[in-house]
Design a protein around this ligand. Sequence first.
Ligand code: AMP
Length: 503
Amino acid sequence: MTKFTDLNLNPKVLKAIEEAGYENPTPIQSGAIPAALEGRDVLGIAQTGTGKTASFTLPMITRLARGRARARMPRSLVLCPTRELAAQVAENFDTYAKHVKLTKALLIGGVSFKEQDAAIDRGVDVLIATPGRLLDHFERGKLLLTGIEIMVVDEADRMLDMGFIPDIERIFSLTPFTRQTLFFSATMAPEIERITNTFLSGPERVEIARQASTSETIEQAVVMFKASRKDREATEKRRVLRELIDQEGEGIKNAIIFCNRKTDVDMVAKSLKKYGYDAAPIHGDLDQSQRTRTLDGFREGALKFLIASDVAARGLDVPSVSHVINFDVPGHAEDYVHRIGRTGRAGRDGKAITICTPRDEKALDAVEGLVQKQITRLENPVKPAARKAAAPAEDSTDTAKPKPTRRSRSKPAAQKPDTSTSPAEANPVVEVEQPQQAPVQAVQEKPARSQDRPQQDVGTGSKPNKSRSSRGRRDDRRDEKVVGMGDHMPSFIALSFDERRAG
Ligand code: AMP
């Protein structure tokens, strides 16, 4: 087996690796590092969790340790699809370069240009950026890319999903053709293949088998849930979620709760908060400082429930997550593997629970096909009697005052009604998150209205029943799909007419 000491890395980098507690290089590291140190291009086909970040940062630091940066002319560039990933890569540089004198700057949206300009002016060895923000700086004439010796594209398949490929091509064309390129993608879609054929020269191809299996340390279960009435689905589903959390009792140390839609991320977070659970949302529409605060809180154990979209949580490295709950079955089976891989890390035990409505059964079949096992079925934790009792007064479950027992689980701050909504939450700026979510984004601009108009379970007042339930029905219909039209059709066709008009 290859050892780090066999890899020709700078001794100061080796020291930092030892301090990080790594014993041996992972397969992507032993495959990519030697070629990268020779100055060759690398095409790494690997996903997050394989140690791919170190597979490019370690050789970069070793190579950049010689030489000095000039003002406004960074020597290397790492492009990441999201701000969180960029920040995570920057953290990796800090860890591995702590004994080497290198300067770095992080160019991400949501942070003031002024500080970033000042860092670039001083000269940086490593520039870590999201494509849009990098081009903004370039267009303002603050940055020259002609000094780039090494360029990294991380998570290229996500860049493709998010519509960044034209930006990436442009950035490639602004850098010298003599640069070394280290290119990483979890999959090789035709468009990615085209880019690598155009911009990489004779790359060392290192492919790490796609993770189709889930860790044995993760206990998986699914709750089959059918609403008593279609217009009550959202409310009842959130109740199932609360019951699931309660059932886990002390065993649930913390959890990431995944939703397929950004609207649901907000809604579920607000609902849980209202019931006294320590919960906060994270998705692409929230402003950067809020996202960072939420993530830091979750990492440090100050926040118990992180409600997330796939893109926001992708690649995030939180070492100890006891539970993953899929509020929705993911539309892409591979996302299931990514999601539940947030728990059961490094040999720890973890639990993944998925809520599946009849509409999601096909997606669940795809998940079970991919992971090649049948996921244990759990009974709906909301007992039939309770369901019946709750049925006549639709909102009695969700609008009732939270029970004191539940409140007692939370921190005092979380018990307040949700008055802490940030401007970004109240009036989200629509950001490209995932193409398949695009039709829903039109709807996602609506939560602004939901602030003045109480939702079923996040509402504050007790309005007359009639108007409440008719509102509830409209809200629920927004996310409702028209069924019976086959699988392969443009996604906007699957939306109800109300929703299309709303867009
Ligand atoms: P990544 O795939 O870059 O997101 O890395 C996933 C996790 O693996 C991170 O927490 C790294 O700190 C950790 N890691 C990276 N390389 C190694 C290694 N050689 N041994 C143990 N852990 C590692």
